[in-house]
Design a protein around this ligand. Structure first.
Ligand code: ZN
Length: 261
């Protein structure tokens, strides 16, 4: 599978009509008995919760924090419709953290703020509302943040795992590889990578700006997080399949590993 070659200086592939996608997400969630929260303080920000009778694992999934990364919201829509979840997994889902960025096909929100750098200083209404909502939820065993990278040569992921819990990274990559190329580069985004896996040093106090995943781990909202990056110079259905395969694999592996409550 080859890159399309569309992305010159930024993302120039297919875009989505985010309000329509969010309406479909709401419909699919309600149909599958998820609970919807309309989060105050940020227009268009919704969250969905899937309760189960005796949860052993709590998993948080978010996407749509960058308005030029359409595969994430589409992937969670497809997952909601397919409903592939293990019976013991309670789930929390934020399907679009940056509703004002998508109509502009822009990474930042309509005010020009990169929301995924705003979790230390909370300058945007979206991130303030998100953090307040997170404060009302329990802690999670696993957090998955779904992204795309317009420059990358294939799928890759970041792992934050400061307590050195059993890693899911290699198995997630193995589950994605049949549906999407994995980025083989030894350096991705300036960090050492191996077979599409980046394990950054976890040093939040040295970082002037916090992405969502760093916030979640630094605040002990979770102690294991994966950020998935689909390669957005490939066809949109391939990227949706890659993110979907990664989410399914992570949750299946967590369930299979046992533990939890
Ligand atoms: Zn992103």
């Amino acid at each position: 599978m080859q890159r399309l070659g569309n992305n010159i200086g930024g993302y120039h592939g297919k875009t989505i009509e985010i309000q329509e996608t969010l309406r479909e997400i709401e419909r699919a969630a309600v149909e599958k008995n998820w609970t919807l929260d309309h989060v105050p303080g940020a227009p268009g920000f919704i969250a969905c919760r899937r309760a189960v009778p005796s949860p052993r694992h709590r998993v948080y999934i978010s996407t749509g924090i960058h308005g030029d990364e359409p595969a994430g919201p589409l992937a969670v829509l497809q997952l909601l419709r397919e409903n592939p979840w293990p019976g013991d997994a309670a789930l929390w889902l934020c399907p679009c953290l940056n509703p004002s960025g998508f109509p502009l096909n822009r990474r930042e929100n309509s005010g020009g703020i990169d929301l995924n750098r705003d979790y230390r200083h909370l300058q945007s209404a979206e991130v303030r509302a998100h953090v307040q909502w997170l404060g009302r939820q329990p802690d999670f065993d696993l957090a998955l943040c779904l992204h795309e990278d317009w420059e990358s040569h294939g799928f890759y992921l970041y792992e934050l795992n400061p307590d050195r819990r059993p890693t899911l990274a290699e198995s997630i990559i193995a589950s994605v590889a049949p549906v999407c190329p994995v980025d083989p580069s030894p350096v991705i985004e300036g960090r050492p990578a191996q077979n599409g896996i980046i394990r950054p040093a976890f040093n939040p106090m040295d970082r002037p700006q916090w992405p969502e995943a760093v916030y979640l781990v630094a605040q002990n909202k979770t102690r294991l997080s994966y950020t998935f990056e689909a390669p957005s110079d490939f066809p949109l259905p391939v990227r949706v399949a890659a993110l979907g395969a990664a989410v399914r694999a992570a949750i299946r592996l967590l369930s299979a590993a046992g533990g939890g409550e």
